[in-house]
Design a protein around this ligand. Structure first.
Ligand code: ATP
Length: 505
């Protein structure tokens, strides 16, 4: 699976073929950038959400959950700044008539320069072998330094334009960098314009302008407006957090790359309320904690990196992204933002309700500062799914497709397979299924030769296959096959539950 594009196509087709992800409204030719999760996709997605919820809410005494409504009072989006400033800069190519996000064109240009640096490193690595010191190389090699200088200059100019909302400057940067439309190959660009990403709808049977509601573009605001409700009813003491998982909607200008950028998606967000002045300490804490959460899934560290923001949103005093090496390169997977007291202050101002906290240790009231961790469920899905999908050469010269998902995320934990469909084996296998299904998602499969059934389970990421054969009926033992090593072990049926529990912990 050498070529990135080919591999990404495989990810998309594998997700569809095995019932993970379908295009929305497919029999009506689909709906752009909207997807449905199929029978296996919903399991993997739920497991991701559960993993996040457990590690954020269950494992932290001072973090509690919330499930706020998608519809909210329209003033909330005025207060949050989304009505006025939740925009992306768009630009059209006059020849191809294709629309792009100006910032993404620039980011992609930077990514190409980064690729050149990677190539230099790869070449040097080959040359120096074991002795290769990447850190030293990238800080001393003239070509790498020249590339890095270019990147820094572009980022600097870009941040300046964005901070000053200088759309002409942004267009000039695109022209100066010689960025061409990937379709037409020309530099015939329109001016850059701002485009608001919120979907609007109407509420009630009598409709006038004041009834315009927005589908929430993030779940965070539901947390802020419930700050006092949760703090008071839960007797929460600062520092504490409120976590929420839910749908968000954005009318993305360019929605490509499968479930990476959707118009309807799901977020897992946590707002952590702290004493003013301690926010940067907590920012560093959550920056590290969140990366640990990713690494605990078992994907090697080199697939993640931080990207600290130079252009800060108007409400933030520090921000970083955790980026993941997706099949199309490093891109944002999660954002960690120090949002100051912006949100609570604005909601106080717009609602006329004081959103403050009385700190009994300090004997004073203040508006807490906030650290936010915000991650997309769908992007996490794409990250683990694309990392896990592998084509492995086997000793006999054939290959197998295996989805080596972390066991805790796998849709099915166990498949129970009677070796053949006769001689009491299916009945015995059904007994084993009944014994296990209260604890885990278990699949029963009796169709086709055993080798093909193993392949099917490999392809959907089932960590263990339990085979019932003719000996089982005499010795009450089964064969357990491990997905990753393909090794097999004989385990007695009485010990099977304990055996699996130990390994699926
Ligand atoms: P991007 O720069 O990629 O548009 P963002 O900075 O706008 O992302 P945030 O507003 O920080 O994203 O949202 C937090 C998280 O929500 C992101 O890190 C991402 O995982 C997820 N997310 C945001 N937009 C989308 C989308 N259109 N489709 C899927 N997930 C998304």
């Amino acid at each position: 699976m050498a070529n990135q594009d080919d591999f990404f196509k495989k990810v998309v087709s594998h997700a569809k073929e095995y019932g993970f992800i379908f295009p929305s409204s497919e029999i009506y030719d689909g709906l752009a950038a909207v997807y449905d999760y199929g029978q296996l996709g919903v399991e993997l997605k739920n497991n991701i959400k559960q993993y996040w919820w457990k590690s954020m809410v269950q494992m932290h005494e001072n973090i509690v959950g919330l499930d706020s409504a998608i519809f909210m009072h329209p003033k909330i989006w005025k207060a949050s700044g989304h009505v006025d400033a939740f925009n992306d800069p768009l630009i059209d190519n006059k020849d191809s008539k294709k629309r792009y996000r100006a910032d993404v064109l620039i980011e992609d240009h930077i990514a190409k320069i980064e690729e050149k640096i990677e190539k230099e490193c790869a070449k040097a690595q080959k040359r120096f072998g074991e002795a290769f010191d990447r850190e030293q190389f990238v800080t001393t090699n003239a070509r790498v330094l020249e590339h890095q200088k270019q990147i820094d200059e572009i980022r600097g100019r870009y941040a300046e334009c964005m901070n000053a909302n200088d759309l002409d400057g942004l267009k000039q940067l695109i022209l100066d960098l010689g960025i061409v439309c990937p379709i037409s190959g020309t530099r015939n660009w329109t001016d850059v314009r701002q485009f608001n990403l919120m979907f609007a709808t109407k509420m009630g049977s009598v409709i006038d302008d004041s009834d315009t509601l927005y589908l929430r573009p993030e779940t965070a605001q539901g947390i802020f407006v419930n700050f006092l409700n949760v703090q008071k009813s839960g007797r929460m003491k600062v520092p504490f957090g409120i976590a929420q998982i839910g749908k968000a909607f954005r009318n993305e200008i360019v929605a490509r790359q499968f479930i990476f950028r959707m118009r309807e998606f799901e977020q897992m967000e946590m707002q952590f309320f702290v004493r003013p002045g301690t926010e940067l300490e907590w920012f560093r804490y959550w920056k590290e904690e969140r990366l640990k959460w990713h690494l605990a899934m078992g994907i090697p560290e080199e697939n993640y990196r931080y990207h600290d923001h130079e252009k800060l949103a108007h409400y933030a005093n520090a921000a970083t992204d955790i980026e993941f090496r997706f099949p199309f390169g490093f891109k944002e997977l999660e954002g960690i933002h120090s949002r100051t007291d912006f949100d609570l202050s604005r909601h106080s101002e717009f609602s006329g309700k004081k959103l403050q906290y009385f700190d009994s240790e300090l004997n004073e009231s203040y508006t807490p500062y906030v650290i936010e961790t915000s991650i997309g469920v769908d992007r996490t899905f794409l990250a683990v799914f694309s990392y896990a999908l592998k084509e492995e050469p086997l000793e006999d010269g054939s290959t197998r497709v295996v989805l080596s998902l972390p066991a805790r995320l796998a849709p099915y934990k166990v498949a129970v397979l009677p070796l053949v469909k006769k001689d009491g084996m299916p009945e015995k296998a059904r007994e084993v299924v009944d014994m296990l299904k209260e604890d885990w998602m278990v699949q029963y499969d009796e169709k086709d030769a055993i080798g093909r059934r193993y392949r099917r389970q490999d392809a959907i990421g089932t960590p263990y296959c339990v085979t019932v054969d003719s000996d089982t009926l005499n010795d009450n033992a089964v064969t357990v096959r491990h997905r990753d090593t393909m090794q097999q072990e004989r385990v007695s049926v009485e010990q099977l539950k304990g055996y699996l529990r130990e390994r699926l912990k």
